[in-house]
Design a binder for this molecule. Structure first.
Ligand code: TMP
Ligand code: ASP
Length: 240
């Protein structure tokens, strides 16, 4: 497959067209941003870790019946994915209070929920990704009712599979953000990435933060945290 011109550059990834009209190549960068791009930095080795971690987790999700955009890992930083049109909704699932849940609703971090929560933001940097509900998404024609139902069902399935898996490597899946896409035949599949950039991951015993909050909050040892999660996942996948 031939990598052709870049069609998009986001905060953490670039997307390239290929000679196959149904395939894109994504390239993961070490660039890190927070607070809608106001804070900028580099997390050395992040691109490679997020690429490999996303691919590992997406292959696991596929086995559990969640369709994803993953096709083939090309190298450390590049992966072939199915071409999709991204649904401009960020889906956030939470199992434990943290981040904006804690600040918006005035509660401490670390409250374990009996049932996971789901929320959407409208993926629009100019507006600062405002929180919306499914009725707003419908009114804005971001997706159809059927697509939203599918997205909700798949997101809770992802939560179930990933929570269980992360626990086997001593990690609590606190919350995470997903993005979905539409293939050319209109199927909704999981896209984007699943990594310490997009998940809150706490050590099961110490609650040490092993995710991008170390960068957002200047906690130090950012690279070590990403590496730690990756090492645990690799050790687990080598067991099988
Ligand atoms: P929040 O508490 O800031 O709303 O974040 C919830 C989860 O979503 C957390 O795991 C980080 C992730 N996230 C992103 O991946 N991208 C974003 O732009 C934001 C705001 C959060
Ligand atoms: N990546 C996002 C940004 O720069 C936010 C975040 O992950 O905190 O806006």
């Amino acid at each position: 497959m031939k990598k052709l011109e870049q069609i998009y550059e986001g905060k953490a990834k670039k997307v390239f067209r290929t000679d196959d009209p149904e395939r894109f190549i994504v390239e993961y960068k070490d660039d890190a941003t927070a607070f809608n791009g106001q804070k900028k930095g580099t997390i050395l080795g992040k691109g490679s870790i997020n690429n490999r971690m996303t691919n590992l987790l997406m292959q696991m999700l596929e086995k559990h019946g969640v369709p994803t955009h993953f096709v083939e890992e090309l190298n450390d930083r590049e992966t072939v994915v199915k071409k999709v049109e991204i649904v401009p909704l960020e889906v956030i699932i939470r199992n434990i209070s943290a981040g904006h849940f804690a600040s918006n609703y005035g509660v401490e971090e670390g409250i374990v929920f009996e049932h996971p929560t789901i929320e959407f933001s409208y993926k629009n940097d100019d507006l600062g990704d405002p929180l919306i509900n499914s009725y707003h998404a419908l009114a804005l024609k971001l997706a159809t009712k059927e697509e939203i139902d599918t997205i909700i069902r798949l997101s809770f399935k992802v939560d179930e599979v990933l929570q269980e898996f992360f626990l086997t490597v001593g990690i609590k899946l606190v919350d995470f953000k997903l993005e979905f896409g539409r293939t050319s035949d209109g199927t909704i599949i999981l896209a984007d990435e699943i990594s310490p950039d997009t998940c809150r991951l706490w050590d099961k015993d110490t609650n040490e933060k092993l995710d991008k909050d170390r960068f957002r909050r200047d906690l130090g040892n950012v690279e070590d945290a990403y590496q730690e999660v990756m090492s645990r996942l690799l050790a687990k996948s080598a067991e099988k």
